[in-house]
Design a protein around this ligand. Structure first.
Ligand SMILES: NC(=O)c1ccc[n+]([C@@H]2O[C@H](COP(=O)([O-])OP(=O)(O)OC[C@H]3O[C@@H](n4cnc5c(N)ncnc54)[C@H](OP(=O)(O)O)[C@@H]3O)[C@@H](O)[C@H]2O)c1
Length: 264
């Protein structure tokens, strides 16, 4: 897709991967609609983009509130024009074991990480299908492919995002609308610091937000976008191993969990 002057809507654009993705799209000449519930950072990122000469507008929205999500896609299109790409990136984590997870927190995670994403995909597809063009990009996680101990609620929301995105991809295809799932491994952002509960210390390879942003923009710019984007490609071997031999990764994930949670 030609990104120059295309309007890109990005949720969770006030920090981390969303912020880096907004800047990366802006560098390609795109217009950006930024969505976040953090007013100060939303204003900061929006002002940075405007100072760079980008047409950008911030939308202060709490995606955990159904009434704020309803009609959001239409509202932005009314104010800024046709949205070519929707990047569903906003997400929150929770570092609690199953036994310690309160149901209210589980539900909050699903509201932001899954229900808001599903609603925005439906809103977008309803418009894009009539136009016969558009691209939906959902940021899930490697954690949606194999749940790790201590983050069951988070992994569940990302697993839901994975299956939903697969179904949506096939449903959207006849309308000429592309659907992509992005599955990052650990990324160095404030995400882990703001996670409630036990702090998760990523071990092994940790990506930068810019690296993930680059893979998202590359995919959006492509004429035939991939179904799935892995910013760290070797993780595919772990996905394949877990599919072929369920439980094969338990030992590694459990040892890492034990190290960060019990050996303190
Ligand atoms: N970091 C990783 O290791 C990693 C790995 C795999 C996948 N991911 C996924 O990548 C995405 C981005 O993560 P990140 O690392 O960039 O996290 P981040 O730095 O914490 O940024 C998350 C963004 O989402 C926004 N957000 C959170 N709750 C919201 C709500 N209720 N309404 C509107 N906006 C909300 C945040 O705003 P606030 O500033 O208010 O929080 C922030 O702009 C998430 O979906 C995450 O699950 C991250």
């Amino acid at each position: 897709m030609e990104l120059k002057n295309a309007l890109i809507m990005i949720t969770g654009a006030s920090a981390g991967i969303g912020e880096a993705t907004s800047l990366a799209f802006a560098q390609r000449g795109a217009k950006i609609a930024l969505v976040s519930n953090q007013k100060t950072d939303l204003d900061r990122v929006t002002s940075t983009l405007v100072a760079l000469g980008t047409e950008a507008q911030g939308y202060f929205v709490d995606l955990s509130k159904r009434e704020e999500v309803e009609g959001l896609f239409d509202r932005i299109e009314r104010e800024m024009g046709e949205i070519s790409v929707l990047v569903n990136n906003a997400g929150i984590g929770l570092g609690e074991s199953v036994l310690n997870t309160e149901e209210s927190k589980l539900r909050l995670l699903f509201e932001v990480n899954f229900f808001a994403l599903a609603s925005l995909c439906k809103q977008a597809l309803s418009k894009m299908s009539r136009r016969g063009r558009g691209h939906l990009i959902n940021i899930s996680s490697a954690a949606g492919q194999f749940g790790a101990p201590g983050i069951s609620a988070y992994s569940a929301t990302k697993g839901a995002c994975h299956s939903f995105t697969q179904s949506l991809r096939m449903e959207a295809r006849p309308y000429g609308v592309f659907v992509t799932e992005v599955l990052p491994i650990s990324v160095k952002t404030k995400f882990f610091d703001s996670v409630e509960g036990e702090k998760y210390n990523p071990s092994g390879v940790v990506l930068t937000a810019e690296k993930v942003a680059e893979s998202i923009v590359k995919c959006a710019a492509s004429r035939r976008p991939h179904a799935e984007v892995l910013p760290f490609r070797p993780i595919r071997f772990a996905f394949l191993a877990e599919t072929a031999f369920p439980g094969i990764l338990d030992h590694i994930l459990y040892n890492n969990f034990k190290k960060t949670h019990h050996d303190k």
